[in-house]
Write a protein that binds this ligand. Structure first.
Ligand code: SF4
Length: 301
């Protein structure tokens, strides 16, 4: 019932892993009803992120703005970096609060489990430290020192084997001998397998000999991984993307008449439900295990 999408991004894949039901609501129902007021509210609900995620988004944005200014000849002081961080993080939180208030005022969908919040000092200090540590990291500094840098928009995508893949590097560094594709991963819990998969897909954006450099924040320290993915690794990564897309399309086919989601699986763990933006609209609002048992019973009828 939903048009075939053949689109892959880390965001889609992560939501798919977190919860099939949330995935179908976001990219199935939300996408086809984006011009309807309730569909728009649903998509806005998925824009509501936790302060923790906004903190890490701010780290990436501030560092990339630092890089852009640096390449244009303006080097920020740490005081300026701090001011920019505080400003950007506060703005993201305010935008989040406005989305919540707007949806609650309209009252078309229920998001009563999500609350407005103010920024907290310990989060700001954590974010400023992570941003400062990165721009002062020796591997990062050496990239900025010579050569040219092109910032890449996150909306940049690549078409491969009929699939549209969103996995752009944050910026590309070039000098006369080399090309380096740089990715910032400020979110924790990034496994070695995920990093290898990401590196292989990043290589699609560069030439054969290009190096991938991933800066990943692990337990508040920046870990640097430099690699040149092989053709075999790239092919494996594309195969995984294809399998992911087949899984996504399979879930869309489970949606019944009148957008009935009874057959679409719920999350495997209640942890996913705790910060879910659409929990108030999900059968698991009264308990995940109970909702899963009811779903199982319905499927056996
Ligand atoms: S509340 Fe839980 S089961 Fe329901 S959509 Fe959200 S994550 Fe999935």
């Amino acid at each position: 019932m939903f048009p075939s999408q053949q689109t892959w991004s880390a965001t889609r894949s992560n939501l798919l892993q977190r919860c099939p039901r949330a995935f179908v609501m976001r990219y199935g129902l939300g996408a086809i009803s984006q011009h309807h007021p309730i569909g728009q509210d649903l998509l806005h609900a998925f824009e509501i992120q936790t302060p923790w995620i906004l903190l890490h988004q701010t780290i990436r944005n501030v560092v990339l703005d630092y890089v852009e200014d640096y390449t244009n000849g303006t080097i920020w002081s740490i005081g300026l970096l701090r001011a920019r961080f505080v400003n950007d993080f506060t703005q993201l939180l305010e935008k989040r609060n406005q989305i919540i208030e707007r949806i609650q005022t309209k009252g078309r969908i229920n998001i009563s489990n999500v609350q407005t919040l103010r920024s907290e000092n310990h989060l700001i200090e954590m974010g400023v430290k992570a941003s400062t540590d990165l721009v002062q990291h020796p591997d990062f500094v050496s990239l900025l020192r010579d050569g040219s840098i092109s910032r890449i928009e996150p909306t940049h995508s690549i078409k491969k084997g009929g699939m549209r893949i969103y996995n752009a590097p944050d910026f590309i560094h070039r000098n006369k001998n080399s090309e380096t594709l740089v990715k910032l991963n400020p979110f924790g819990d990034f496994s070695a397998t995920q990093r290898q998969h990401q590196a292989a897909l990043l290589r699609l954006h560069g030439g054969h000999g290009s190096t991938i450099v991933q800066f990943s924040l692990q337990q508040r320290r920046w870990d640097v991984r430099k690699t040149i993915p092989t053709e075999a690794e790239i092919n494996d990564a594309i195969t995984l993307v294809r399998l992911d897309i087949e899984h996504m399309e399979g879930l869309f086919s489970l949606v019944g008449r009148n957008n009935n989601l009874d057959n679409v699986p719920l999350s495997d763990t209640y942890r996913s439900c705790m910060n879910c933006q659409v929990r108030s609209m999900c059968p698991s609002k009264d308990g995940l295990e109970r909702a899963k048992a009811e779903q199982f019973a319905l499927m056996c009828v």
